[in-house]
Design a protein around this ligand. Structure first.
Ligand code: CA
Ligand code: CA
Ligand code: CA
Length: 312
């Protein structure tokens, strides 16, 4: 990708030779985004910076691998990687100084070292957590929760109004913004475990299928980090309740020119070798995985900067 912005997107489970999730040349802003579980056979499991600079803002780049080595982000000599309120699983391939979970650096970052000093952002599986696309929800013990900029206010100073899922999922919950594309918060309709706006049999099926899970917590109605019988009782107690569908799926594609974007999962599934990297240029075709809507928009800022948004 040439210079551009990736906003409130989830880039997950992609693979490439260089830059399993993103391969960039030019100034790129990775903003409120989660780059997770991508792999590269060459360099840069999550992100590879060919030239220019990458700024990470409130983003997670973790659990990515390069060959048999854990590596989240790296770049060629002369490139720069500048994180702010971000989580980078391992500093391998960067010049970044580690900052462990209980002691973020002066820019608010959590940056892992190698081996046991890597930082696991503790995210759940890629599933439908509401909104138009699949996402990785932080688990209750995730270091991403409430570790963003303490002064962030939704809709002010570039802070989005909503998280990646769009309307009805605020961007700041619990008094402080989370790091990554997803803001942890209670289900807007208690017992609606499949987020379709009604508490019905489908939610029971999801509860049954994820019973005992400690990672897929969509059916964890009492938010204790465990899908158990108490959550079935919560479902039963709320059976029949509804929420206007538009409140759950009010996906506003936004205006790329003004940067008011609801955003979505950008999930590119190219698996061929050579130079077919995940996000490299607007000429590549994006594979829409897990979307309820069609592929999104490409736009430009007034200064010509490319914006990728609402791709899922
Ligand atoms: Ca929060
Ligand atoms: Ca439901
Ligand atoms: Ca529970």
């Amino acid at each position: 990708m040439q210079s551009g912005t990736i906003l409130q997107s989830t880039i997950s489970n992609n693979s490439a030779v260089a830059g399993g999730g993103i391969n960039t040349a030019g100034g790129t802003l990775i903003n409120h985004t989660t780059v997770y579980a991508n792999t590269a056979s060459g360099v840069g499991g999550g992100v590879f910076v060919r030239e220019g600079s990458v700024v990470l803002n409130h983003s997670i780049v973790a659990q990515n691998t390069r060959s048999l080595v854990d590596q989240d982000i790296t770049g060629l000599l002369g490139t720069s990687i500048s994180p702010y309120f971000s989580i980078i699983g391992t500093n391998t391939g960067t010049l970044l100084v580690p900052a462990q979970v209980d002691s973020p650096d002066s820019n608010g970052n959590l940056i892992g070292g190698v081996a046991r000093d890597e930082i696991d952002p503790r995210l759940g599986p890629l599933v439908d957590n509401g909104g138009p696309t699949m996402t990785h929800a932080p688990l209750p013990d995730s270091p991403a929760i409430n570790m963003g900029d303490p002064s962030a206010v939704p809709g002010v100073g570039g802070v989005p109004m909503f998280d990646q899922r769009g309307e009805s999922f605020t961007r700041v919950y619990g008094g402080r913004i989370d790091i990554g594309a997803f803001e942890w918060q209670p289900n807007p309709l208690t017992g609606d475990y499949n987020f379709d706006g009604v508490v019905d049999a489908g939610d029971y099926a999801l509860w049954r299928n994820t019973r005992d899970s400690m990672t897929d917590l969509r059916a964890d109605g009492n938010a204790d980090g465990f899908v158990d019988d108490a959550d079935r009782d919560i479902w039963r107690a709320n059976f029949g309740r509804t929420l206007p569908v538009e409140a759950l799926n009010g996906f506003d594609p936004g205006d790329a020119a003004t940067n008011e974007l609801a955003a979505a999962v950008l999930k590119n599934k190219f698996t061929s070798g050579g130079n077919n990297n995940r996000i490299e240029s607007i000429d590549q075709v994006f594979d829409c995985i897990g979307s309820k809507y069609e592929c999104g928009t490409l736009g430009y800022e007034p200064d010509g900067t490319l914006i990728l948004a609402n791709l899922h």
